[in-house]
Design a protein around this ligand. Structure first.
Ligand SMILES: [Zn+2]
Length: 102
């Protein structure tokens, strides 16, 4: 008989794999109690965790100008990926400090 205190993972035995701050984080959520657990790949133990809201960062003005002016390029651009990677340092202006232009 199954241990009633055993969690039941929403993804079975395969955890979510999330890249966060340069590390691969494994995440499990229990469909019974809703608790989240996470660990870095290679760690032996799961730790209690909280899944935060998506972190939204505003890109610098030069990228903003380009994206606003040119509209949708109609495809995923390799140059966008390069831009996003180069901006991933965490020094972008905060969302709350941005000034809408219209
Ligand atoms: Zn549980």
């Amino acid at each position: 008989m199954k241990n009633p205190r055993e969690h039941s993972w929403s993804d079975g035995t395969e955890p979510h794999r999330i890249h966060q701050d340069g590390q691969l984080i494994l995440h499990h959520r229990c469909i019974i109690c809703g608790r989240d657990f996470a660990k870095e790949e290679g760690d032996g133990f799961w730790r209690a965790a909280r899944v935060g809201l998506l972190k939204i960062e505003i890109l610098p003005e030069d990228v903003n100008e380009q994206w606003i002016v040119e509209g949708s390029p109609g495809e995923i651009l390799a140059s966008d990926r390069t831009t996003l990677k180069s901006q991933a340092s965490g020094h972008a202006p905060k969302l709350s400090n941005s000034c809408p232009r219209n």
